[in-house]
Design a protein around this ligand. Structure first.
Ligand SMILES: [Zn+2]
Length: 178
């Protein structure tokens, strides 16, 4: 078990695209275990490998507390998004203390591989869809605060600048996932 350091907006690695996983071995399993240890240590509900500085297309999610699922998704690809949208609050362990609202598709379907390399698909709605899209953005080098509409971004702009300088935002907020 190892808790790894979470990288923030202050580190440009966060904006790099992660590479496809092609070896489903013990190294991958160790990475996944460390990701869960790190996420739980920070009370997070999702984490992408890039957030601990590993540029591999691996994401984890644990939304069991909200009535959804816990899972590991390797090489995930969004294969369907609904035109119906949802608008809600998000936070990110790489942008500590900052929350903001943004639009995401309400229903999605994602193709992925499990930790044994088997190909599977998952359908997600509401918070599960939001979490999957947020984490898949990470492995494509995207962070949620850069996808906000202008007014939402303005509300948190000062706090984002603080995080980019490696500081704690003045108005530290944690997301309220519903
Ligand atoms: Zn995030």
């Amino acid at each position: 078990m190892a808790i790894r350091k979470i990288i923030t907006l202050a580190d440009s690695v966060l904006y790099r695209e992660s590479e496809k996983v092609d070896k489903f071995n013990s190294e991958l399993r160790d990475l996944i275990r460390d990701m869960f240890d790190t996420m739980y240590d920070e009370s997070g509900v999702g984490l992408a490998a890039v957030q601990i500085g590993v540029l591999k297309r691996v994401i984890i999610i644990d939304l069991e507390h909200s009535g959804f699922i816990k899972g590991v998704f390797i090489n995930p690809e969004v294969v369907f998004t609904s035109s119906e949208m949802q608008f809600g609050e998000e936070g990110c362990l790489s942008v500590p203390g900052v929350t903001a609202n943004l639009s995401r598709p309400k229903h999605i379907r994602v193709a992925y591989q499990n930790m044994f390399g088997e190909r599977l698909e998952i359908e997600g709605s509401d918070l599960l869809a939001r979490a999957l899209l947020h984490e898949i953005d990470h492995i494509n080098g995207k962070v949620f605060v850069d996808q906000l509409e202008f007014e939402e971004r303005q509300k948190v702009e000062n706090d984002i600048q603080e995080v980019k300088k490696g500081r704690r935002p003045e108005h530290f907020r944690k997301p309220n996932y519903r």
